[in-house]
Design a protein around this ligand. Structure first.
Ligand code: NAD
Length: 325
């Protein structure tokens, strides 16, 4: 990749907390961006993080890392939002909604002032709800305001299947759809190992009671954030790398299929809700939704997951209306 191409790529990261800075740290190693700008309400923290990151520049690909403000969004290619409150031990992601909705609305209002043509990637939880709030607030095309969705959950699914089956994670292709949260859906019918469907792979392998073990793996994927938060306070390494993967697809215009969260308009029988499904991701964000053939159970579970998101979104919308009236 030429340095000129790098220079053209500018990423603005809003929220210099654990997730935002881990993402920047991982991005520094990739050469994907020529400029990475950090914005945070906590000025001292953002200055300290920038200094710490900058002092490692001798060991990575050339990149300018600095603190900035919302005017940096004007010529950004990608804006990553990681600002807001994180999950506390024993709490679920939906419990963050009322605190983070106000933060995301005010961030979007400031982005909007600068006539940006960037893709916005929402990470703050609950990510599906906040992607939709941001999309409404910005009023941009749906493909340009996306959430990290279940890219992280799909990575967890792949990693756990890889460990269970004893094969390289990169040979495992497995997808989690729906809410990034408790109602997420394991799409076994789309999952495979080196092109062999999971059903066929299990029939060949025959080393476990696949039905029981599959359920256990899905439970572990769903609950792993709870365990990590319980053990060490928050999760940031795997989400940081998931964000690099999505950034790669956008900044390199890769047309990669990733399970990002996007406003569905009837696809999979779901309307007017941000939910993760397989999407083709390139420089303008989501270019296309893949409407894959799910099993009947998976289709039903996806609708239940969408309903769980809708219930919370409706409560946020009702609250916003009562504040206005
Ligand atoms: P953190 O507390 O370490 O950092 C949050 C940062 O946001 C802080 O530096 C804070 O000063 C900043 N901030 C708060 N309000 C702001 C505003 N209005 N403008 C700019 N900056 C502001 O939290 P974290 O661990 O980095 O997590 C950040 C968010 O990411 C949380 O909501 C967490 O739940 C979420 N998260 C999402 C995923 C996912 O898969 N989508 C995974 C992990 C964490």
């Amino acid at each position: 990749m030429s340095n000129k191409a790098n220079k053209a790529r500018k990423v603005v990261v809003i929220g210099a907390g654990s997730v935002g800075t881990t993402y920047v740290y991982a991005m520094m190693h990739t050469g994907l961006a020529g400029q990475i700008v950090l914005i945070d309400v906590d000025q001292r923290k953002v200055q300290g993080e920038v200094m710490d990151l900058e002092q490692g520049l001798a060991f990575v690909q050339p990149v300018e890392i600095r603190s900035g403000d919302y005017s940096d969004c004007a010529d950004a290619d990608l804006i990553v939002i990681t600002a807001g409150t994180k999950q506390a031990s024993g709490h679920n992601r939906f419990e963050l909604v009322h605190r983070n909705v106000g933060i995301v609305r005010s961030i979007c209002d400031q982005i909007k002032e600068h006539d940006s043509s960037a893709v916005v990637l929402m990470v703050t939880n609950p990510v599906d709800i906040l992607t939709q709030i941001a999309l409404r607030r910005l009023g941009w095309p749906r493909g340009r305001v996306i959430g990290s969705g279940t890219v992280l959950d799909s990575a967890r699914f792949r990693s756990m299947l890889s460990r269970h089956c004893g094969v390289d994670t990169r040979n495992v292709h497995a997808y989690i759809l729906g809410e990034h949260g408790d109602s997420e859906v394991a799409a076994w019918s789309l999952s495979h190992i080196a092109g062999i469907s999971m059903k066929d792979y299990c029939a060949i392998c025959q080393t476990c009671d696949s039905e029981n073990e599959h359920e256990q793996i899905v439970r572990q994927v769903r609950d792993s954030a709870y365990h990590i938060i319980d053990y060490k306070g928050s999760t940031y390494y795997a989400i940081g790398l998931s964000l690099v993967r999505i950034s790669e697809a956008i900044l390199r215009n890769e047309h990669s299929i990733l399970t990002v969260s996007l406003l569905l308009e009837g696809e999979y029988g779901i309307d007017d809700l941000c939910v993760s499904v397989p999407c083709v991701v390139g420089k303008s964000g989501v270019e296309r939704i893949i409407t894959a053939q799910l099993s009947k159970d998976e289709q039903a579970a996806l609708k239940v997951s969408a309903q769980a998101i809708k219930k919370i979104l409706d409560s946020v919308s009702i609250q916003a209306e009562s504040v206005i009236s």
